[in-house]
Design a protein around this ligand. Structure first.
Ligand code: F6P
Length: 353
């Protein structure tokens, strides 16, 4: 087969590992694998890159994506999709692997819905972990590790000065990164949009944490508040409102804020991200060979949804089901979100801060 691979949307550490796996496994099984540059924008423009396994040696350990990425609005409409199908035919592609998040997989589903001989397999990649049935998407583990390292560094200096810190992390509308990293970094409070608290409730919750953390007689030296960007309240507003009560809540304590921003998205992928990306890439070639189209491969998705593959940790799910579950994750009706919130509440109840 002639197989195209593209990376789309926000890049995620591990994308390169997946690209290498697809190129190497594809070549070893007699396929021609062609890289498509800059996501769907590159597909529409017909920009490609030869993926000779020798020339891409060493990319498994690199963050970002050697193919480049884009958020391509043109692909959302029928004329853009028509153009994409024309390019696919011109390039002679029989298979396409799309590595990306919600928007990218929506594009893949739309192309697959046009029927025809093109087989499309999606691989979930987004540090936000907001893709339905993805389990752990490519890039999430590295992002969590980056946040934990940053929080550890901040905690060192916070303890030296007996300070409170608010650390804002990426994640778009999904609080997963804040939750997972916050627990590992011993955060005293984790703030996420899914809790649906208004600004007054958020302030009250953090004030209570500060009062308890710095109560007279306690030896505790820092309070760490990890805030997801999905909680709409700007971090500066939160800090200002807390500061107005600091003399009363935590006399002598200062409060600082750090927004980690795109630091969270870069960096060399963790061993887990490399492993799952390589294995998802391997499974994608086998799925294309077996004739599947309009599916995504997920790494140990919750509740064991989907169909078994050659890899016990990789499951295959219809893209339609993926997109429906993604919508439920984002509107909070998915059982996965309910379980996360319950777990967070149990953690909060156990914390002394
Ligand atoms: O979806 C990944 C992500 O990094 C989000 O966490 C963040 O909100 C967004 O992308 C940032 O997008 P951009 O790089 O376009 O500013």
């Amino acid at each position: 087969m002639k197989i195209g691979v593209l990376t789309s949307g926000g890049d995620a550490p591990g994308m390169n590992a997946a690209i290498r796996s697809i190129a190497v496994v594809g070549a070893s099984r007699g396929h021609q694998v062609l890289g498509i540059r800059d996501g769907y924008a590159g597909l529409l423009a017909g920009r490609t890159l030869e993926l000779d396994p020798d020339s891409i040696e060493g990319i498994t350990r690199q963050g970002g994506t050697i193919l480049g990425s884009s958020r391509c609005l043109e692909m959302m409409d029928a004329p853009g999709q028509d153009k994409a199908m024309t390019r696919v035919a011109e390039l002679g592609l029989e298979g396409l692997v799309v590595i990306g998040g919600n928007g990218s997989l929506t594009g893949a589903h739309k192309l697959a819905a046009r029927g025809g001989p093109l087989r499309i397999v999606g691989l979930p990649a987004s540090i936000d972990n907001d893709i339905g049935h993805a389990g752990l998407a490519i890039g999430v583990d590295t992002a969590v590790n980056t946040i934990v390292n940053a929080c550890d560094n901040i905690s060192d200096t916070a303890r030296a000065h007996r300070r409170a810190f608010i650390v804002e992390v990426m994640g778009r509308n999904c609080g997963f990164l804040a939750m997972r990293a916050g627990i590992a970094a011993e955060a005293d409070a984790i703030l996420y949009g899914e809790a649906s608290l208004d600004e007054d409730q958020v302030v009250e919750r953090v004030r209570e944490v500060l009062r308890r953390s710095f109560a007279k007689g306690r030896a505790k030296k820092r309070a760490l508040i990890v805030k997801s960007e999905g909680l709409a309240m700007p971090v500066a507003t939160l800090k200002k409102r807390l500061q107005a009560h600091l003399d009363e809540d935590a006399p002598g304590v200062d409060i600082r804020e750090t927004v980690l921003g795109h630091v969270v998205r870069g960096g060399d992928p963790s061993a887990l991200d490399r492993t799952l990306s390589l294995r998802l890439g391997f499974a994608s070639i086998l799925a294309l060979e077996a004739g599947f189209a309009d599916v995504m491969l997920g790494w140990e998705p919750p509740f064991g949804v989907g169909r078994e593959t050659v890899d016990p940790s990789v499951r295959m799910i219809e893209l339609k089901d993926v997109l429906e579950e993604t919508a439920r994750l984002l509107d909070g009706t998915s059982p996965v979100i309910k379980r996360r919130i319950e777990m967070l509440k149990a953690v909060e109840a156990a914390l002394p801060g």
